[in-house]
Design a protein around this ligand. Sequence first.
Ligand code: KG4
Ligand code: ZN
Length: 338
Amino acid sequence: MLVLGIESTCDETACAIVCNGHEILSNIVTSQIDLHNEFGGVVPELACRRHVDVIILVIDEALKRANVNLCDIDLIAAARGPGLIGAVLLGLNAAKTLSLILDKPFVGVNHVEAHLYGAWMSSQKEISLPCIGVILSGGHTALVLIEKIGSYQLISQTVDDAIGEAFDKVAQILGLPYPGGPEIEKIALQGNHLRFAFKSGTVKSNPLAFSFSGLKTAVLYQVKGQSPGKSIPSLLESDKSDIAASFQHAAFQDILLKTKLASEKYGCRTILFGGGVTNNQTLRTLFAQALPDYHLFWPSKGLSLDNAAMIAGLGYHQYLLKGQGDSLDLEAMPNLNF
Ligand code: KG4
Ligand code: ZN
């Protein structure tokens, strides 16, 4: 079954062709980093306009690279949320239009759920269930119990910033370009992670929940001192690297600890990771070293950051599980959750 997937929830316009939920024939992603860089974050109105400009080109390119024609496609899948409403609507309506023209079924997919499926489709090995899912993206940070594809229990999530958001904000404080995650990772490699004793937050009502806003504020105060009105001073490169390394260390130790607690609580030694922050090699090494007897599943290259292959892949399973496509009345859901 050939599935055409579309992703447009934030600042990537993407289209992929995936066979039977696993075999990626093409995976085209156009990023808008150049457009948003000068603003230090995504500007929703600009993001939507750029999606309009490139969506047809991206679909054409995905078909061309996969060497298939539109009439070969069996199912159209698109992310229906969570995300920026205008951006989601663009991709969703493109998918519905294709479905109508081609007279082929359409499914709307949860973008965050698809991030977890990214690790699933990257694996050649059987994944034993239930397992723990760890979502580490720019908009979401959560632990879920995965019973099977399409069946999840939310264990905990962040009560404030998402981990990727914290990386982006700390990068901004340090004067690094957007998106900040890869920049922080890069300079942290030269830094001393023990120099600053930063700590991630704890949540009284749920020890497995995350909180990163206090950590981000601690970095801000470290950089500019305690006085609230003071502007951010310029820093030595070595200080920046030490702050980045100490921040990253505090954030990742917290994620490791809570993931371990969740896996002990639910008796699962299999963990699936999803979201852009899983691109971070320091994170992957930390988990591999700390949990040598666990089965860790990471998204492969091209499936960590936002992409449409994960949407097409999960869309395939959703269609099989339901035995039919979704109605073309299916709405975009900017706040869609598990
Ligand atoms: O999953 P994603 O592509 O988009 C959302 O669904 O949010 O994640 C984007 C986030 C950004 O915050 C970006 O800074 C972060 O992932 N990110 C990283 C790295 N690469 C991307 N964070 C830490 N280390 C990285 N190497
Ligand atoms: Zn994402």
